[in-house]
Design a binder for this molecule. Sequence first.
Ligand code: NI
Length: 139
Amino acid sequence: MMPKKVAVFRKEHFNAAHRLNNPNWSDEKNERVYGKCNNYNYHGHNYDLIVQVTGEIDPETGYVMDMKVLSDLIKTEVLDKFDHKNLNLDTEEFKDLNPSAEHIAIVIYDKLIKKIDSSFDLKIRLYETERNFVEYPVG
Ligand code: NI
């Protein structure tokens, strides 16, 4: 029997503050482009994070990946670093990187991809609000 690929998902949650601002633009342009997300004194979001791992089922365990391992990985690599933090001020990752949902998703991907088996495909979906979410990589 050909090994079957299955996608497994872990949903997590974190709260973080940020401010979107392009230092090369005027205050007026920043406010026009980013609206409330440009608020000078920052603001919070309740981020929902969905981590998707796709791979072949291990015939011995019946798992693609042990979800406890995945959960622990997300905790140490993402939640411990970003939960209840001001992304702009409290993290190295966003000191010089505008913490848009797009950039946050890529940063999370880059952290997790280093820690999972190279035979797996990884995808990150990040909800900044219930209605606004991003996915990386595409396709
Ligand atoms: Ni915002």
